[in-house]
Design a protein around this ligand. Sequence first.
Ligand SMILES: Cc1cc2nc3c(=O)[nH]c(=O)nc-3n(C[C@H](O)[C@H](O)[C@H](O)COP(=O)(O)OP(=O)(O)OC[C@H]3O[C@@H](n4cnc5c(N)ncnc54)[C@H](O)[C@@H]3O)c2cc1C
Length: 466
Amino acid sequence: MLLWFRNDIRIHDNPALDYFLEQHKGVDPAQAIFFVSEKQWLAHDWSTIKIDFIKRHVNALAEQLLALNVSLQVVHCDDFSEQVSFLKNYCQQHNVSEVVANKELEVNENQRDKSCLEQGIPLRMFESDVIVEKGKVLNKSGEMYKVFTPFKRAWLTYVKQHSFPYLGKPSPKDSTTPNSQAALTLNTPLHCSNESAAWPLAEQVEQEVIPDFYRYKVAGYGQKRDFPAIKATSGLSPYLAIGAISPRYLLLLFIQRFPDILVASDSEEFTWLNELIWREFYRNLVFHQQSLSKHQCFNPKYRTMIWPNDPELFQAWCQGKTGYPLVDAAMRQLNQTGWMHNRLRMVVASFLTKHLLIDWRWGEKYFMQQLIDGDLASNNGGWQWAASTGCDAQPYFRVFNPIRQSERFDPKGTFIRKYMPELAKLPDKEIHFPHQYMAKEKLSSYWPAIVDHKQARLAALEFYRV
Ligand SMILES: Cc1cc2nc3c(=O)[nH]c(=O)nc-3n(C[C@H](O)[C@H](O)[C@H](O)COP(=O)(O)OP(=O)(O)OC[C@H]3O[C@@H](n4cnc5c(N)ncnc54)[C@H](O)[C@@H]3O)c2cc1C
């Protein structure tokens, strides 16, 4: 039997691992595998910071598995087809009765798994990336929900009615006999660039960050989450994106702390759970509509749009040189840290698609190439929401005003000042769009606005109307 880790780099609440340990009792040593497939990862636009984050977690996983008498072999394969060939040979050579893994969501990953089965690899799969198994929350006609709020209601009902299995952390006594330690070898640890060093390993986050967030921050989440200068959100997205933390564990802990949360949908704390349910919603969308993995507009009405796509405007956006301070500061946050606050993701995505009339897929790709939490379902969902091409997206005529967003969500310019030190000395009132003020004061260290908001808004309305 072989355990195959993919997008589930954890021992905590891992269904494939749980089954594997249960089956494996008494046979030593147990073998697990993880493929490093850099060519495939690059083809999927994974950022270097995400790859580093994965490698650090794989090294930690190898150590944790040793304590369970499981040896993790890290194998370098260029792409998915090489993974399949490797597994086929491995299964034949070692007479493997079962390869155990957790399912992945995206289309290429599904094709790879199908190909494994077609080639006779005895693959058995579980689900580890969501709280409620994908495809279970359906409307009365047995179809997928296309609007979030009814999905959320049905999802909550499902959670209330079904006990979902939480598997906890396996302890050494759950696994095989202890005398096999000597037979276990730890691969040379994967080389890490430590680009992601600002993000601690999941184990530390489980011990410190999550309890702290639940205890001190979640009650103010609804009021503070939209202000990028305040650290009011959990920062858990990178861990969920690579499967280093289980979403079921997050919910279980949350219910322990707020026992009535599933029926308290107007509470401050629920606002946070709501976001986790958005994550489930977007994963269900990709599950039901695999064409989303191929970057197709969810709404067929928008599939024939011909975007103007000016490469110079795109470059200005990527580099944070649009002349709109909040947009530019947000893009600098992304480029410098590999993460961006949710409110800002909405603002810059709206700006790219509606002010600059650039195809949302360009922005989606650029985000994936930079983000530590790059995740196809959430990224695609967020971009299609902002571009109004998606499922339950914002209406096409809603065009964020980047100056107004800045005044509302960064009123003193604290966030802007952090990433745009050249604007640091401007008065609060002027910092949101300082061009006139800077001209008057003969200050000239900021680039001009690449589009005029009012004109761009009208152009967007006309473009979408056509
Ligand atoms: C254009 C755009 C692109 C995005 N790309 C990604 C992406 O690639 N990966 C990613 O994980 N999230 C993405 N998001 C969603 C969201 O911005 C991040 O999940 C969030 O900012 C992460 O911060 P946090 O962990 O502190 O979230 P919190 O506010 O603490 O929320 C808790 C968890 O809920 C989930 N969540 C929160 N907001 C959303 C949302 N709007 N949609 C789906 N799930 C959500 C995340 O898993 C998050 O960790 C995108 C949003 C937009 C508008």
